[in-house]
Design a protein around this ligand. Sequence first.
Ligand code: SAH
Length: 223
Amino acid sequence: MTSDGLKAMLDDIDIEVELTRHWIGKPALNPRVMAAMAKVPRQRFLPPDLAHLAFRNGPVPIGHGQTISQPYIVALMSDLLELEAGDTILEIGTGSGYQAAVLAELVRQVYTVEIVAPLAEAAAARLAELGYRNIEVRQGDGYQGWPEHAPYDGIIVTAAAPHIPQPLIEQLKPGARLVIPVGRAGWNQELQVIEKAADGTLHTRHVLAVAFVPLTGPLADAQ
Ligand code: SAH
């Protein structure tokens, strides 16, 4: 049974997908992705005093100047990864852990890196409490990826990067995709999908304009 709030959230995602169909190149998202969105309890990822906003189709503050992304964007980015059940995925920007949980419903293993230590700790505790056994959270600078578990079937960055981090390209399997918002804070950012072909060449798709908190850390800032 889906609650009325959750049903409204899923309907809002479907509507926004339809409205943006020309940018994203399809009229509806993969039903597996929508089923994962229906399953993960978004209210458990919000600060308790904001839990009533869980099913609004908007970003919500989670402390430390960070936000849990809008449900439409979480669903869209999950869809753009073109996931398969056996995949191993890397996420940069754990935040609340919500996106990681959605991915964990869709693939075999999720690795996720968060630079803000208290957020990494809180997300790891929350995900364990919710029973997720296929997510590993690490505190650190995700610009470097997580080389120990590379290569990945897909990499998702949920903070805006001023440029594409080269280590993430290196940690993609041939045939895999990097889904990443590119641009500076307060400037036009663009959601990009970078596919690494079997021969290693990169193909970039520009999907749509987005607004993310910035990827921080010394490497993202360096040119
Ligand atoms: N995916 C999250 C929302 C992410 S908000 C969710 O589902 O809730 C972006 C997150 O990226 C923030 O928590 C921020 O602290 C983190 N972040 C920013 N720069 C980072 C970096 N260099 N490495 C890892 N995480 C980073």
